[in-house]
Design a protein around this ligand. Structure first.
Ligand SMILES: C[S@@+](CC[C@H](N)C(=O)[O-])C[C@H]1O[C@@H](n2cnc3c(N)ncnc32)[C@H](O)[C@@H]1O
Length: 267
């Protein structure tokens, strides 16, 4: 998987934290996922490894490390950022965080634990990554993640999903028309996939949606003006404006990426 794939976007590394109005480096936004993770870390018996799958510039792990430090939770926890992008991982230098440059679907439990770990428990985190697998790959990604886990371990993720399949269809079609192979499920579709693959899923929180303007969208993925404008027009003609999902003034548009935080426990 290349860093330069159109599907992955052109803005990574040092510029990443500034995109989408700083959403990905906003402590308050990150706080929801961090709190969900902290709710599953027992201070008396913390996991030996916490791995952020597609952890980007490591913002979530840095915030988590701060929270663990403040609460004086055992520092032998290994924090690992796994990502396919060199640019992202290069921006992720922090003494406490190890990096693995690898697709998450190639990482195994054995890669993340040491033989002499006192306990051998894993906690997985993930934010805004499942959609990268597309409609054909998301199920396999969930299966792979589950296979690395033991019962009782948690996969805590903030994933894009829409209230209804109709809402998801608007944004899925917009991405498709823009040449991007990403896929967004409805909340129910994602919940069903988690259930079917060995997770009990606790839906934690409905998060504020991330607004993406057509300008941001074009810049992030290098979409040219003609394709962008045609995609916006097709969506407007087919669906009209969709409350909370797609707004347009005719030439420019904004869409909203809805997401939830899930605590998915392996059964
Ligand atoms: C939208 S960014 C989110 C980054 C980070 N999780 C955050 O919330 O700031 C998605 C990240 O997933 C990474 N990624 C995409 N597909 C991946 C895969 N198959 N394995 C590992 N990382 C992947 C990308 O390189 C990118 O850093």
């Amino acid at each position: 998987m290349s860093d330069h794939s159109e599907n992955h976007g052109k803005i990574f590394g040092k510029l990443w934290d500034g995109i989408h109005g700083g959403y990905f480096s906003n402590k308050e936004v990150a706080g929801h996922l961090i709190s969900a993770a902290m709710s599953r870390i027992n201070p008396l018996s913390p996991p030996s490894t916490i791995a952020d799958l597609g952890g980007g510039t490591g913002f979530i792990l840095k915030e988590l490390a701060d929270r663990l430090n403040t609460q004086l939770i055992n520092h032998s926890i290994r924090l690992i950022n796994i990502d396919t992008s060199d640019a992202q991982l290069t921006a992720s230098c922090d003494g406490q965080i190890c990096t693995i440059h690898c697709p998450l679907e190639a990482v195994t439990r054995q890669n993340l634990l040491l033989e002499n770990d006192i306990n051998t428990r894993l906690l997985f985190l993930m934010r805004f990554v499942l959609h990268y697998f597309g409609s054909g790959g998301i199920g396999n990604a969930i299966v792979h993640i589950r296979r690395q886990m033991h019962p009782g371990e948690c996969f805590i993720h903030q994933s894009i999903c829409f209230e209804t399949t109709d809402e998801a269809a608007v944004v899925n079609e917009l991405f498709h028309l823009s040449g991007l192979n990403k896929w967004f499920p409805s909340v129910k579709q994602l919940s069903d996939m988690l259930d079917a693959n060995g997770f009990t899923e606790t839906l934690v929180k409905d998060m504020p949606a991330l607004p993406v303007t057509s300008r941001d969208f074009a810049e992030r993925y290098g979409i040219d003006d003609k394709q962008l404008s045609e995609a916006g027009k097709v969506i407007l003609a087919k669906y009209g404006e969709v409350d909370g999902v797609f707004d347009s003034n005719g030439s420019e548009f904004t869409f909203y990426l809805h997401c939830r935080v899930f605590i998915s426990e392996a059964v």
